[in-house]
Design a protein around this ligand. Structure first.
Ligand code: PHE
Ligand code: FE
Length: 291
């Protein structure tokens, strides 16, 4: 990850908290078109697959289909709903900077957009992943509180417990790749899923991955893969439940996690409440994508 000094050469106006001006007026027509292509693709995929809270946030914020959002105007709407704002950053930021933003209800979003030849896969989060994927859930009051609590918890995990790895797994299996099952059925909400058309279909319907009921300690013991679709998803039953499970002192849990097993991404363990056991027959990056 580049340091602040290194980033100054490409972003002379970067602030100590790693934010930069979005410079919305500098996006080209071709860049807005990439947004539009991705947006329209997701609109055909998300209804019936994304959970109600995501779809509601999405309509409340009125994201436009044909242009990259202006973070200033988007933040005005979001602040009215939950007190969150969106700030621009060049790319991934150091952990402590990231936690500080979340703890203060600021979501750091990548300023750049992927190239037309990278529609399906990027290594660093861009404005489509960060805004389309993350921001609708921040319009939900319970999820908004969860994200702030996570930021505060990150500061504590880092400074007091050296447990960042465990906490990062919780973020990965909820915020980025979480599923929810309630009266609506099984639905997606993780930003890494809802911003990917192929993974939206895969996570919601493919027989390939495991889907396992969320369990905090189990999740915190589970490694994850960043180079392919997930082999296991963890399923919550409500955002209230997720918040209540995590809004307690993690000190005893961190102590427990310092020993005991670490699970591989596709493992199923005896204590799991398995919702669907995966066939593990499908790998996205080595197969052609489903339509
Ligand atoms: N409760 C956690 C702690 O005591 C903080 C936290 C809250 C972490 C919500 C993640 C999500 O450190
Ligand atoms: Fe993300």
């Amino acid at each position: 990850m580049p340091t602040l000094d290194e980033l100054r050469s490409t972003h002379p106006d970067i602030a100590p908290d790693f934010t930069i001006p979005q410079h919305w007026e500098r996006y080209s027509a071709a860049e807005h078109e990439v947004w539009q292509t991705l947006f329209e693709r997701q609109m055909t995929v998300l209804p019936g697959r994304a959970c109600r809270e995501f779809m509601d946030g999405f309509s409340l914020l009125k994201l436009e289909h044909d242009r990259i959002p202006d973070f200033g105007r988007l933040s005005e709407k979001l602040t009215k709903l939950t007190g969150w704002s969106v700030v621009a950053v060049p790319s991934l930021v150091p952990d402590e900077i990231f936690f500080d933003h979340l703890a203060n209800r600021r979501f750091p979003a990548g300023q750049f957009i992927r190239k037309p030849e990278q529609l399906d896969y990027i290594e660093e989060p861009d404005v489509f992943h960060d805004v389309f994927g993350h921001v609708p859930m921040l319009a939900n009051p319970v999820f908004a509180d969860y994200m702030q609590a996570y930021g505060k918890g990150g500061q504590r995990a880092q400074s007091e417990f050296g447990a960042l790895k465990n906490l990062a797994r919780l973020y990965w299996y909820t915020v980025e790749f979480g599923l929810i099952q309630n009266a609506e059925g099984l639905r997606i909400y993780g930003s890494g899923i809802v911003s990917s058309s192929a993974e939206s279909v895969y996570a919601a319907q493919s027989p390939s991955p495991n889907r396992i009921a969320f369990d905090l300690e189990r999740v915190m013991r589970t490694e994850y893969r960043i180079d392919d679709f997930q082999e296991s998803y963890f399923v919550i039953s409500s955002f209230r439940e997720l918040f209540e499970e995590t809004y307690k002192d993690f000190a005893p849990l961190y102590k427990k996690l310092a020993s005991g097993p670490v699970y591989k991404p596709g493992d199923i363990v005896a204590t799991d409440n398995v919702i669907t056991r995966g066939t593990h027959s499908y790998r996205a990056r080595t197969h052609s994508l489903p339509a």
